[in-house]
Design a binder for this molecule. Structure first.
Ligand code: C2E
Ligand code: MG
Ligand code: MG
Length: 698
């Protein structure tokens, strides 16, 4: 019977994501079509060697002998197939000049060895083998074709696997030093701390920051700087014990996780050795020695922090103390480990009254129908219940708020990365920050570090600053804001209008966005006087060249009003309620089909449109009357209102009178118009009252 490939098997192969299982299926199929026992995959490894890696259907004694066995890649039938680039069939293995005696002894009778991968990317060979079955005199050409196809499929799977591996490496490693990055470190630290709980072995975290790195970079160039970092990485790595980990946090900052550190004495000994290694010169540009002092701070678990975050923060604080001490010290080459008497004064770990969970709510552009970013909103999980920020925020102290900010920012950046990776989206996140945290000395650095660790674009992060009172005035805050803005991070004033006057700040701070508080718009469809507020804040935003987000779009009516008013970005339940991160991709999908809901209140919407026309015309009358032309009168908008007012004859009359005046004003814009404008305004006030009454009655 003519051998043919099993289609069902092909389908299973195509659906198999895990390489080991993929190989099992593919090898079994290859062996089946030539009636052999099974097959092995012998992979090319470094140094021009081949190594047995995967087996299927072969006798245990053979597998035990071969697994992990490596040999020069020109040896054996495998070596020959690899070099000649063609399948080699050996029906009598024992009699072949390439036979390896140990394999003959396992009962290997014959094999068919096929190269895997094209000439310029050979990955290894597929070795199909006969043990209990008798090899044919020669494999049939159709069968050989199928084996070649299977070797190609195996190559495809290996290629995919190595790509995935590279991507995974890139996501978790720093390309310059090859060390794990901050993200990888955190994940490992969390795991290690969980494993350590209850055991007598402590875990230490050390943070190392070079003090003299910038001058090296500035004087000798970036290549020299890179060499220093690579040598530093190598020194840190060489001092590691089993189970320890070193990572590059970003820039010239590195961290170590040291396991099995039962007490402070042990840690001090380890740090001393580390200081010795870091005190040596670095060799750059083929041998020029440069020195680059470092400051080290360390913290020990248990004792100086509960979780990964607090432990890192304690180590960071110790590192800053070491840095300050270095600056006042004359021994410039000494590396200080700020883990001595000062360690006892480490701040107690920050605790929140529950576990932080973050929910996300979209900021949505209703004119373009697309989500721009998601606001991260904190919740605390306590005894199974989810507690709202309105409830827990007032009880938090400054350190707890700062802790909350970092936790929410990190979660948001991570979540954003996931959504964008998953769905090819490009949405940003915004995170709320309290003014006290903005006054802290290291806040800009903490933000830059988080962005670096998550490999996030700064412009994808917006900080929403909630201003209550005079908090934003101190100079430190101003400096921090300038620094954060210089990173490329967007800054927004949150809840504009809800508290103290924020307007003055807008003049002097690098603000990119204002968020108008929900109290203004929640009732805009019935409180028609609110239209003027929204409209004037829009004008303010546009003249300051900042974006405006209107919060509290709770109903279809409000959405319609905002749409008519030309508001672009809104946030509110009428678009979506805050939801957990894993629901965001589905939400983004649904929002793709978003359309403006139908008018619930056509009268209010028609009025809003008329108001837009009116404000436009009256504005021009005041500043550039010469530019007024009848074409600027949006008669369609005025007609709309007139039609909508069919059932409110009083209001319709007032509107008519207003319309006549407006037309006159435009036609005779060169005449003195103060009196007609006053009349127009008086009519407007009456019209609004009349409408509000009519809507209340309806
Ligand atoms: P906010 O920053 O103004 O956030 C918007 C709040 O309005 C959220 O309440 C959101 O759920 C709610 N909201 C959104 N759309 C609507 C709507 O259509 N109708 C109504 N009635 N409400 C809507 P949430 O999540 O309870 O947050 C309340 C406030 O807590 C936030 O106001 C913010 O000031 C603060 N907050 C939240 N997370 C954090 C945080 O991580 N750090 C700090 N410092 N403050 C936070
Ligand atoms: Mg906010
Ligand atoms: Mg707000």
């Amino acid at each position: 019977m003519r051998p043919s490939i099993d289609l069902d098997m092909l389908r299973r192969l195509a659906a198999e994501p895990e390489f080991g299982r993929f190989f099992q299926l593919a090898a079994a199929e290859g062996a089946r079509v030539v009636d052999a026992d099974g097959a092995a995959l012998i992979q090319c490894i470094d140094d021009k060697r081949l190594e047995y890696r995967f087996f299927q259907g072969l006798p245990l004694r053979y597998e035990q002998l071969a697994v992990g066995f490596s040999f020069p890649d020109h040896q054996g039938t495998a070596g020959r197939a690899l070099h000649e680039g063609v399948p080699i069939f050996t029906p009598d293995y024992a009699g072949s000049p390439q036979a390896m005696p140990a394999f003959v002894a396992t009962g290997l009778q014959g094999n068919l060895v096929v190269p895997v991968g094209p000439r310029d990317d050979r990955r290894g060979v597929l070795a199909i083998a006969w043990f209990t079955k008798t090899p044919p005199l020669a494999p049939r050409p159709e069968a050989l074709d199928i084996v070649l196809l299977i070797a190609d499929l195996i190559y495809g799977a290996m290629y995919r696997q190595s790509l995935e591996h590279d991507l995974e490496q890139q996501a978790r490693h720093d390309p310059l030093t090859g060390l794990p990055n901050r993200r990888h470190l955190y994940a490992n630290l969390q795991r290690i701390l969980a494993q350590t709980q209850g055991s007598p072995d402590g875990v230490a975290v050390a943070i190392i920051d070079l003090d003299g790195f910038k001058p090296v970079n500035d004087t000798f160039g970036h290549e020299a700087g890179d060499q220093v970092l690579q040598q530093l990485a190598a020194r840190l790595k060489s001092g590691l014990r089993d189970g320890d980990l070193v990572a590059r946090l970003g820039g010239d900052e590195f961290a170590l996780i040291l396991r099995k550190v039962p007490d402070r004495g042990t840690l001090e000994g380890l740090l001393e050795r580390l200081c010795g290694a870091l005190g040596m010169h670095y060799l750059i540009q083929g041998g020029t020695p440069v020195s680059c002092p470092a400051s080290i701070g360390a913290a020990l678990y248990p004792g100086h922090g509960e979780g990964a975050e607090t432990l890192m923060r304690s180590a960071d604080a110790a590192m800053y103390r070491a840095k300050r001490r270095r600056q006042t010290d004359t021994g410039a080459w000494e590396v200080h480990a700020a883990f001595d008497a000062e360690a006892t004064s480490l701040p107690a770990p920050v605790r929140l009254p529950g576990r932080v969970e973050v929910h996300y709510q979209p900021v949505f552009d209703i004119q373009r129908a697309g989500a721009t970013r998601f606001e991260a909103l904190a919740r605390l999980r306590r005894q199974g219940k989810l507690i709202s920020p309105l409830e827990f925020l007032p009880g938090l102290g400054p350190r707890q708020r700062r802790h909350l900010f970092s936790a929410v920012m990190e979660a948001a950046l991570e979540a954003q990365r996931e959504w964008n990776c998953l769905g090819g989206h490009c949405v940003g996140v915004s995170v709320n920050i309290d003014p006290e945290s903005l006054a802290e000395a290291d806040i800009a650095k903490a933000i830059a570090d988080a962005l670096g660790a998550m490999q996030a674009q700064p412009a994808q992060l917006t900080l929403e600053i909630l201003e209550r009172g005079e908090f934003l005035s101190p100079d430190v805050t101003r400096r921090n804001l300038l620094e954060i803005s210089a990173l490329g991070v967007r800054l927004a004033i949150d809840d504009l209008g809800s508290a103290y006057s924020s307007l003055l700040r807008l003049r002097s701070l690098p603000i990119d966005e204002i968020k108008m508080d929900q109290t203004f718009v929640r009732e805009i469809a019935t409180r028609l006087q609110d239209i003027a507020f929204v409209h004037s804040v829009q004008n303010l935003a546009s003249s300051l060249q900042v974006d405006l987000v209107v919060e509290g779009a709770e109903s279809a009516d409000v959405l319609n009003m905002l749409h008519v008013l030309g508001v672009r970005e809104v946030q509110g339940y009428a678009i979506a309620r805050p939801c957990p991160s894993d629901e965001v991709p589905e939400l983004l999908h649904q929002l793709r089909a978003w359309t403006l809901p139908p008018h619930g209140n056509p009268l209010a919407a028609a009025y809003a449109r008329q108001q837009m026309t009116e404000s436009h015309v009256l504005g021009l009358l005041q500043i550039a009357p010469a530019h007024l032309s009848p074409a600027l009168l949006d008669d369609a908008a005025l007609d709309d209102l007139e039609t909508a007012l069919a059932d409110v004859p009083d209001a319709r009359r007032l509107h008519r009178q207003q319309r006549i005046i407006l037309h006159d004003l435009v036609r005779h814009h060169d005449l003195d118009n103060r009196l007609p404008i006053l009349r127009y305004r008086a009519l407007g006030a009456r019209l609004r009252r009349c409408l509000i009454a009519a809507m209340g009655a309806a």
